[in-house]
Design a protein around this ligand. Sequence first.
Ligand SMILES: NC(=O)C1=CN([C@@H]2O[C@H](COP(=O)(O)OP(=O)(O)OC[C@H]3O[C@@H](n4cnc5c(N)ncnc54)[C@H](OP(=O)(O)O)[C@@H]3O)[C@@H](O)[C@H]2O)C=CC1
Ligand SMILES: CC(C)(CO)C(=O)C(=O)O
Length: 305
Amino acid sequence: MEVLVFGAGSLGSLLGGLLARAHDVTLVGREPHVSAVQADGLRITGAETLETRPAATTDATGASADLALVTVKAYDTEAAGRALATGDYGAVCSLQNGMGNEDVLADAVRAPVLAGTVTYGAGLVDPGHVEWRGRGTITLGAWRPADDVAAAERVAAALRAADLNVTTTVDVRRRLWEKLAVNAAINPVTALARVGNGALTEEPLAGLARTAAVETAGVARATGVAISDETAADAAATVVRETARNRSSMLQDVTRGRRTEIDAINGYVVDRAAATDRAAPVNRTLAALIGGWERGAGVGPSGDE
Ligand SMILES: NC(=O)C1=CN([C@@H]2O[C@H](COP(=O)(O)OP(=O)(O)OC[C@H]3O[C@@H](n4cnc5c(N)ncnc54)[C@H](OP(=O)(O)O)[C@@H]3O)[C@@H](O)[C@H]2O)C=CC1
Ligand SMILES: CC(C)(CO)C(=O)C(=O)O
């Protein structure tokens, strides 16, 4: 299969490198990473050590492939959609965190759109070198009723052919909301308190994270997605325990003075709450604090992006 990975940073480089064991992969990324991959290939270290040689480019204009995986941060999805709209793809699959990405892609491209959640962990440590920080699972499903469920099965089979751990679901919205509850609980709390995920096992942060997860589940139900409070709270608590030694992506972003995915995580919960006449005071507060930090730090929509 020809696979284009749009957004060859941490996750995209890891998955693209792993997929290159079985498929014809092109990474779309930035310099100097792209030149390093073109010159010396891609090195993966961590959970496994391997070297692969995917193609790499900074420009996907007019490209074509059986599958495009979208692995940019949520705030870059519109630009990714515009670039992918110039090409020809059998399917376009978002593997991003946060919500709203699939709708943006579905508005931009003609191909079937798939949604996926990923619990693999990755970090781009040097140009041409990505660290594999955790084995995990990819869960895929068709985004719109019109998007062929068979497309999700085809993509899952292709990913499995490269030894990735993949499941499919007919209810990918529910899966995305569950992951959203986890991210809404862990990411801003760790970023604001400047603590690793494991600190959320203890009060007062444990209670705050739980409240954010439960509030997110309430908004999910208001939008027609059945997630119980217990499911959301347990999912967040489980991820806290399993990733106790990790620093969340949002903590890493604020530490580096970079824009976060807050708008697609807690900001999305606040928007959906407003649209369904609910209050989401904890998510609103967390989104306001991180958004306020972004503006004060000069990053984000009103900053240098
Ligand atoms: N890293 C992980 O372990 C996991 C990440 N995720 C999710 O996956 C998504 C990606 O995360 P992550 O890989 O960490 O993010 P990164 O910032 O490491 O990777 C995204 C890459 O895409 C590049 N990019 C953005 N726009 C373009 C463009 N138009 N053309 C070429 N390259 C572009 C970025 O460059 P630049 O920064 O210069 O714009 C960056 O190098 C997020 O939604 C994240 O939440 C989910 C699970 C695990
Ligand atoms: C699951 C979690 C919270 C792991 O750190 C994550 O997805 C993130 O950091 O963005």
